[in-house]
Design a protein around this ligand. Structure first.
Ligand code: M6R
Length: 628
């Protein structure tokens, strides 16, 4: 949720930390701060609000030192304010923190009894106090951090510096991600590689309960109880341009436009375009570490994957938010194509509802970030319950990716906008491949059907480009939506989750009330809401659910609801009953959702822009939800 950056090296820490925080602002943006050494003392500057406020305060500030840490916050304990902003400073210790200290009330009581002066409402400051107390004994930052860890409970990551040891930096992870960037004569730490990719491509990912101890230009790694451990370095092939806006007004818009390429990259590893067949590539069910997946023998690995698919009797798909809606579409695809029963669960429900997970269950988790706390807990629980786990992630080497037994990738490239777009459509493409692969392995799908579905899938990227070319119509439709009191998004079958996704996009971007409903449910309640101030957004491609959807649309229209419909090609019926009719290309039903979500994404985007909202960083939200 929060973003952490740290630097120790020969360059100016201020520029590196601020540029890193900019890349991490998606993780939280209600306050920000830096602590940087300046002639042996720490200068701490913090500001409430977006990073821009901090940047303004930093204008003209100079620092004569080479060590610093920075933070961008998404408030958990204590409201957004400068006094609650990080870094927290206690007697020369400066600390930034991401996550939650569960036993903070006890710690606070103890510290107050000892006479500590606590200046914020955060759990984070308490950790700085504990370390400052320990350092009085140890006179060493690393030892002080190590001794403090046993007193803390929760899921958290910290990065700490001490002005008396200006060439030391200590990081600890137990939950939210932290990565060490290895430079030439310089060292970096951040919550996400995006913050550092312009400085280095060499990284070491911390696992839970691991410490990184940076001393000068060296880094060593330890377990939480101080035993040295060996860590593998990973080299990434991203380039810095991948995380820039590239001329688009917003990251979200850029990411919406990147969807054709993202979908193509998602399916590319798994599809043979000569035979129009699917074989999943390098999934790793054999137990290989994520870093070694590329080195697998693809044919042997595919045989192992098929063994898993042959055995499964049930699939659970577990995820949150937009990823959950992608999973709901997965249920339609896997059940209809592969005839395996599928349950879809919101991760925060799955983990606490004591799910019955029978033998031979495959649990598929979906997470763009690979760090969502509830989804991570769900995958851990699934493993405990004896299920085989398969993750669909965008961020390789993320915690969920590392902990899963099998690995599929969205291959969307970095997604910065808080509203998920390209990761969603890429996931739908991956789930298409997965469904076909399970169906073919279990011999419930013919080669002809496989060819038909692969052909449909291969056509999607260019069809998406065609739809994106009509953006001006989506913008026009969005302009007409401002005056409505509420929005009911509806669809049937595979378009029902798309309706839910469309409603979520409108809520998070335009802050308007919207509900996503199965169209058949309308007369069981929501119909009462409909009048001329209610907009009905109906996703109605010409598929096996179309006729029933049209009946629902007529019922809504008869009650005065204003219709915005999304259908297939020139559809006179839909055009005549809709205020706005948005025509999509003809597709196979299995891929129609990948196409029909585009107008919904873009309408919400344009509406939010015209209302003056921050589309990349909607209020109260964060990109990566690493707390429950
Ligand atoms: O990183 P994840 O896919 O696990 O994130 C799950 C949700 O937090 C995410 O999809 C959220 O709903 C998005 N803001 C939706 O646009």
């Amino acid at each position: 949720m929060c973003g952490i950056v740290g630097y120790l090296g020969y360059q100016n820490p201020k520029d590196i930390i601020v540029s890193g925080l900019k890349k991490l602002e998606y993780r939280g943006y209600d306050s920000a701060g830096v602590a940087i050494l300046d002639q042996g003392k720490t200068k701490r500057i913090r500001a409430q609000g977006k990073l821009k406020e901090l940047e303004d305060k930093l204008q003209g500030e100079t620092f004569d030192g080479h060590l610093g840490i920075g933070h961008t916050r998404w408030a958990t304990h204590g409201k957004p304010s400068e006094r609650n902003a990080h870094p927290h400073q206690v007697r020369g210790i400066n600390l930034v923190h991401n996550g939650i200290i569960e036993n903070y009330l006890e710690i606070r009581e103890e510290l107050l009894t000892e006479g500590a002066v606590i200046t914020s409402d955060t759990d984070s400051e308490l950790v700085a106090h504990l370390i400052a107390n320990e350092i009085e004994v140890t006179q060493d930052l690393f030892k002080a951090v190590e001794r403090t860890l046993s007193k803390l409970r929760g899921a958290f990551s910290i990065l700490v510096m001490w002005e008396n040891q200006p060439d030391h930096l200590v990081a600890f992870k137990d939950g939210p991600p932290l990565v060490v960037g290895l430079g030439k004569n310089e060292m970096f730490v951040a919550s996400d590689v995006q913050a550092l990719i312009q400085y280095t491509k060499r990284f070491v990912y911390l696992e839970d309960r691991e410490i990184a101890y940076i001393k000068g230009t060296e880094v060593s790694f330890f377990s939480a109880n101080g035993f040295p451990i060996h860590k593998k370095e990973v080299e990434l092939n991203w380039n810095p341009e991948m995380v820039e806006k590239q001329g688009f007004a917003h990251y979200m818009l850029k990411e919406v436009y990147e969807q054709p390429r993202a979908v193509a990259s998602a399916i590319e590893p798994h599809i043979n375009p000569d035979t129009f067949s699917v074989s999943l590539k390098n999934i790793g069910f054999g137990g290989q570490s994520v870093q070694k997946l590329e080195e697998l023998n693809t044919a042997e690995d595919w045989l192992k994957t098929q063994e898993v698919f042959k055995k499964i009797e049930r699939v659970f798909i577990v995820a949150c938010g937009t990823s959950f809606y992608a999973g709901t579409i997965g249920k339609y695809l896997i059940e209809q194509l592969a005839r395996v029963p599928v349950e879809v669960d919101i991760a925060s429900e799955f983990r606490y509802r004591k799910p019955v997970v029978p033998p031979n269950t495959l649990v598929v988790t979906i997470s763009q970030s690979g760090e969502t706390a509830d989804t991570l807990a769900a995958i851990r629980l699934a493993k405990e319950l004896g299920a085989t786990t398969l993750s669909i992630c965008n961020v390789r080497n993320s915690t969920i990716d590392r902990e899963a037994q099998g690995h599929l990738y969205m291959n969307s490239g970095p997604e910065i906008g808080v509203a998920s777009t390209k990761a969603f459509t890429s996931t739908l493409a991956v789930i298409n491949c997965l469904s076909i692969a399970i169906a073919r392995t279990r011999e419930v799908m013919s080669i002809e059907t496989e060819k038909e579905l692969v052909t449909a899938l291969l056509a999607v990227p260019s069809q998406m480009e065609g739809v994106l070319a009509f953006d001006k119509y989506f913008e026009e439709a969005a302009a007409g939506l401002k005056l409505f009191r509420g929005f009911l998004y509806m669809g049937r079958g595979i378009s029902y989750p798309i309706a839910m996704e469309g409603a979520l996009k409108l809520k998070e971007l335009a802050y308007m009330h919207a509900e996503g409903y199965a169209a058949g449910e309308m007369k069981h309640g929501p119909l009462a809401l409909i009048d001329e101030r209610m907009a009905i957004v109906m996703v109605a491609p010409t598929d096996q659910w179309y006729d029933k959807t049209i009946s629902n649309l007529e019922e809504a229209r008869a009650r005065g609801g204003k219709i915005i419909s999304i259908g297939t090609g020139e559809n006179e019926k839909l055009r005549s009953i809709s205020e706005y009719y948005l025509a999509m290309p003809k597709t196979h039903w299995t891929v129609s959702a990948i196409i029909s979500v585009i107008p919904l994404q873009l309408m919400s985007y344009h509406l939010a822009c015209s209302l003056g909202y921050d589309v990349d960083q909607p209020r109260n939200l964060a990109k990566s939800v690493t707390v429950e």
